[in-house]
Ligand binder design. Sequence first.
Ligand code: DGL
Length: 293
Amino acid sequence: MKTAAGPIAVIDSGLGGLTVADALRKALPAEDLIYFGDTAHLPYGNKSPATVAGFVRQIIQFLSPMKPKHVVIACNTATALCLPTMVAEFPEISVSGVIEPGARAAVVAAGAKPVPTIGIIATEATVRSKAYGRAILQRRSMAQVLLRATPLLVPMIEEGRSSDDPVVDLALRQYLQGMISRKLDVLVLGCTHYPLVKKAIARVMGNKVRLIDSAEQCAQDVALRLRRKHLLREVNVNASGEVGSFQSFVTDDPDRFATLAARFLRMKIRPPVLVEPRDLYILAAPAPWKVSA
Ligand code: DGL
């Protein structure tokens, strides 16, 4: 049985899900978070649905002995390619993704305009899946949906490049040219890495375009799900000073991850635990990592 004491698990291919973890820490500071960055297999964005589903399945199996009260697939690519499969394969674990909350927020941001133009930038695999188009058109059938794959952004962000980097600026100008000329109403950052260069995207798109940060929307969605199930930890962070813990697991190069993660989260983090990809296959082993503050 799930209890409020369990951690929230956040999964991504690398650093991108930290944007969700960061939003979760702000929205739910009392919660323990476990973060899994599958850095050995990054990027997911150019891989097939079967391959990505295989990675995510192993990660969920690996995390399940830690009894997460919720698993959030904080990766648009993995959400687009395998969320329904994971929900069906792990009926005892509550699992959600990033696309539905992002699409919902995009439609709200488009306001009452009868035919809004909504752009989505994402990885190649997310664009190919058409998952965003489906989720938006279900809610606003007249919307014009424009999709653009922006595959160079994830490796740049994983390299630690940020909004003031001229290479990021150049790539964005190239990728977004077509969208600028189509006068978008809303642009969805359809990859959880992209909020890390949100300032540059805003600069290139101009201030008339509403940007939807799928990470922020996803965190709000998780908070709502847990509140509805009465699974939030009842700790008054202000009164007790007690904040939730943050433990990360990565499949490659924990030092590099620690440096970049500390920068993005603006806090010192506990050393990430290295989980070698071959260890992900040893699924029956009890987790030796205790998650407590
Ligand atoms: N952060 C992931 C997403 O939201 C993708 C990054 C990758 O290609 O691995 O799509």
